[in-house]
Design a protein around this ligand. Sequence first.
Ligand code: AMP
Length: 398
Amino acid sequence: MKFNKKTIEDIQVKGKKVLVRCDFNVPLKDGVITDENRLVGALPTIKYLMEKGAKIILCSHLGKPKGEPKPELSLLPVAKRLSEMLGKEVVFAKDDNVVGDNAKKAIAEMKDGGLVLLENTRYRKEETKNIEDFSKELASLCDVFVNDAFGTAHRAHCSTVGVTKFVDTSVCGYLIQKELKFLGDAVENPVRPFVAILGGAKVSDKINVINNLLEKVDTLIIGGGMAYTFLKAQGYSVGTSLLEADKVEYAKEMMKKAEEKGVKFLLPLDIVVADKFSPDATPIVTEDQNVKDDYMGLDMGPRTTELFAKAIKDAKTVIWNGPMGVFEFENFAKGTFKVAEAMADSDATTIIGGGDSAAAVNQLGFGEKMTHISTGGGASLEFLEGKELPGIVALNDK
Ligand code: AMP
């Protein structure tokens, strides 16, 4: 996707009411934010607008309240944490209607450089259906719209796409620019060898990603739950491992395409199996790629992680999306850990495509060592598929 959108630096914001769509969809445990990557990602745009004297109205969704107020999905904890991070109060406009009297009052009282955060946009049922009423209400609050929510850029919702129809000026913030730069450069202009690692549960989620990446990479590594469909296609037995029987033919086609394109296609050589899907299941390493009846593959074995780590070591650009096993269970987290470690140790440009792999990398303490950790799992996958992201398409061209 060629990037030709106006940015916050292309417009005047002093004294203007600027509605900023952020991605504050952060994981919460007992009201505490457990991963701040998305908040940190939003700060450069917010700080720029503060310095320039805009009246900043922040909005975001959080989780899936399904069109009604759910106190446990209120953005109040985000307002509190952002206030601490910015050293300035972010006034929380508590309002079950999102755009109601409370929100309007808070905005009317705002001074230049001030900050208001609206309530979870998905408290409104119109939001995810992109219905005009709510888009108009959001637009009525502001003079200018800024989209900086990369994690939701693949969704056409009121607060990402609908609102742009009712404001004259819609531009993007720094986070979206940064995400597109790292993902775009990696995919379109990679320093080679370029290695992509895909894992996670399902082949069906990543069909177009595999197809598109095979046009770009030197090596494609497949691990995690999706590897078993490929192993099955190669004639190995997979026991009770995750298998998408209707994707076996597709898996064969992709391996054939890799061969034709001269792309190295790496699959597991050995597997960590168990007789049940449970954190206390006993891990057993297989001798080869075969999984015995009544056993399921839950992680990559040591020969596999060595193979994958070597490919990462030899690479100059690495993109990773999706865990190598059931990393939530300590006994089956090693494969994911080893890939994260190999990327952290590498001098290559290392990009983590959001979602579970981003969470895993941060939890393991490797966050700082990666070139870029995307704030958008779904959005970065759609980008890797070569799709246009509607939240970005909707913004004003330069
Ligand atoms: P995804 O949302 O597709 O990225 O998949 C992430 C999920 O895949 C994580 O919750 C992992 O536990 C799960 N996963 C990875 N490998 C396996 C496997 N071998 N068997 C079952 N689930 C897996």
